[in-house]
Design a protein around this ligand. Structure first.
Ligand SMILES: [Zn+2]
Ligand SMILES: [Zn+2]
Length: 354
């Protein structure tokens, strides 16, 4: 008798699922898509049964796919992954427009299609896409030096900054300070830089509110995002440092999946083509599209940046303590050689050779 009851119960459960209208299942899948922490989360659901497999690729579901669900890894890049992103693009997902646009522009060398996809995301008020397009204009990426359009870059940057993009705010602040692509306005530039720092502060304080016990020295560094659309997952005692001088020493935003893809892609390829360099800022991953496209640190000449925003952030977080002018290195080498010579002479006198 027991053997007869179990299959019956299972059948009833299965019938309950089958009796759910497609609209309800699609609604649940939309929610899942928006909150999935990786593409594999969703693939696992699709593999559960034929019905979920079919409804999972419904345009409404793909339209709602969140940033992390679209975070395809470079090491997993294949035709299927490309097709998946294209399906999300066809469904009108603006995050997919941006991610596939960045991949095509910087990794697949398909500049026209990549820029066009980013522009479509920008039209849908996607702040990182507007910021990336601004950098392409500032650097003349994909073209020659003469293709730079500073005014267009400033306009795109201003739009991204208006949407709350911290790096765009910082970039725009530096443009105003230097009169780069826009009439010089030091006061307004400083005001924007202050706003960028204040936003970073707000992210950290908001994170502390949700995780008060992480206010200790052994806790990990803050993990910030680029815009208001995402919540930071953790925070640390860097708030105290941020409050000091109203500047953050550890404002290390969590890179967007598109930037993570670029970093991983170039790492898998074993580096850049000869003569080309990658932005030295952590987590940016933007590569040069022609020789000497990026600005170089005027102090040491050893690091390169795609933007003023990346340079300012990297300076505060990493490079400030490492930057040493080339002359200093030359002096240090000369001093060292003198010391070695002195020791050699002294040891020669003692009959000992170094
Ligand atoms: Zn950069
Ligand atoms: Zn330097």
């Amino acid at each position: 008798m027991k053997k007869m009851k179990l299959p019956e119960r299972r059948r009833r459960r299965s019938d309950l699922f089958e009796s759910l209208p497609d609209e309800i299942v699609i609604l649940i899948l939309c929610k899942l898509c928006a909150t999935a922490s990786s593409p594999s989360d969703f693939v696992t659901v699709l593999l559960t049964c034929k019905r979920l497999n079919k409804l999972g690729v419904n345009p409404l579901v793909l339209f709602n796919a969140g940033t992390e669900m679209l975070a395809v890894r470079a090491k997993n890049w294949c035709d299927e992954a490309h097709r998946f992103l294209k399906s999300c693009v066809n469904a009108g997902n603006r995050e997919a427009y941006y991610i596939l646009g960045m991949i095509r522009f910087y990794c697949l060398q398909n500049r026209g299609s990549g820029a066009s996809l980013m522009a479509k995301a920008g039209i849908k008020s996607h702040a990182p896409a507007l910021y990336s397009l601004a950098l392409i204009q500032f650097n003349g990426s994909g073209g020659m030096k003469n293709d730079k359009d500073l005014r267009a870059g400033v306009a795109l940057c201003a739009r991204a900054a208006f949407l709350g993009h911290v790096d765009a705010l910082r970039e725009l602040g530096h443009c105003l300070l230097d009169g780069y692509g826009v009439p010089k306005n030091v006061e307004e530039g400083r005001c924007l830089l202050l706003q960028a720092n204040a936003r970073e502060l707000a992210y950290i304080l908001r994170a502390c509110k949700t995780t008060p016990f992480e206010f200790q020295s052994h806790q990990p560094r803050p993990n910030l995002t680029y815009s208001d659309e995402h919540e930071p997952p953790c925070a640390s005692n860097s708030v105290l440092r941020l409050l000091n001088d109203y500047r953050s020493n550890e404002a290390d935003p969590k890179p967007h999946p598109a930037n993570r893809f670029l970093v991983e892609w170039l790492g898998l390829r074993g580096g850049m083509d000869p003569g080309l360099r990658m932005c030295s800022a952590d987590g940016c991953g933007r590569p040069e599209t022609r020789n000497n496209e990026f600005r170089r640190c005027s102090g040491c000449g050893k690091v390169n940046y795609c933007s003023r925003g990346c340079q300012a952030r990297d300076w505060r977080v990493h490079h400030k303590g490492k930057c040493a002018p080339m002359e200093d290195w030359n002096h240090a080498i000369d001093d060292l050689e003198e010391v070695v010579d002195d020791r050699t002479v002294k040891n020669d006198d003692d009959g000992i050779h170094v």
